[in-house]
Design a protein around this ligand. Structure first.
Ligand SMILES: C[S@@+](CC[C@H](N)C(=O)[O-])C[C@H]1O[C@@H](n2cnc3c(N)ncnc32)[C@H](O)[C@@H]1O
Length: 221
């Protein structure tokens, strides 16, 4: 799908999105934000923020920037931030694969159910790494294809169909991470049937060896 089609598909979805994907995927959003233990003044970016379902979960002592391609989805997010008085949140329409932020603008970058919904996940991940400071955290909350042959066959089968409604099912985590400066610090399984990954990565860009900070602890499964 190209960017125009993604924009159109999600803007068409916007009015029903929360009813379909709100509660169903909320455990993952809650775990993602809870695990962050966001510090006062921390600069958080949410790419593909959608209707802003995760925005009320962030403490008011941090600064949250949300971006999305779809104006329809953003309208919902704007309504939510206004209704709930989320003055620490700002929203922009922007392509996550070509962001307008300068390098190292954020301490933490979150992509919730996004890397499989974008036309070009490599450019989105590269941009997330660029705008996140060295040693910062990049959180990927997503369904990734796993080694199970039966599930993989089903994923491959339904992937063309899912593309029409805005996401793919056949992307593996190692493909997303390979060749990047991201190192996995923590990985949990979340949501119904534990089929979604919540992955915390440390951004080791510029070759430096950074200890995780901002409350992040090494944790592996
Ligand atoms: C499945 S929704 C996830 C929304 C939200 N993060 C959530 O937790 O429900 C994927 C979102 O990514 C957005 N998106 C897709 N491609 C994008 C891009 N290149 N740049 C920014 N946002 C994009 C879509 O418009 C949509 O709002």
């Amino acid at each position: 799908m190209d960017l125009k089609k993604v924009e159109r598909v999600y803007s068409n979805y916007a009015s029903v999105y929360d009813h379909i994907f709100g509660r169903l995927f909320h455990e993952g959003r809650e775990s993602a934000v809870r695990n962050l233990e966001v510090k006062p003044g921390e600069r958080v970016l949410e790419v593909g923020v959608g209707t802003g379902l995760s925005l009320p979960l962030y403490p008011s002592h941090c600064r949250v920037t949300g971006i999305d391609l779809s104006d329809g989805m953003l309208d919902k997010a704007r309504g939510r931030t206004a209704a709930q008085g989320l003055v620490h949140v700002e929203l922009h329409q922007m392509d996550a694969g070509n962001m307008k932020f300068t390098d190292d603008s954020f301490d933490t970058v979150v992509a919730a159910y996004v890397v499989t919904a974008v036309p070009d996940y490599r450019s989105v991940v590269a941009e997330m790494i660029r705008v996140c400071r060295a040693g910062g955290r990049i959180i990927l909350l997503n369904h990734f294809s796993n080694g199970n042959k039966l599930i993989a066959a089903v994923e491959k089968f339904i992937s063309p169909l899912c593309k029409h409604i805005g996401f793919r099912t056949d992307l593996a985590l190692h493909h997303v991470l390979e060749g990047t400066s991201l190192r996995v610090a923590r990985k949990d399984m979340v949501n119904p049937l534990r089929l979604w990954h919540l992955v915390e990565c440390i951004n080791h860009k510029n070759g430096a060896n950074h200890a995780p900070n901002n409350g992040s602890r090494p944790h592996s499964h």
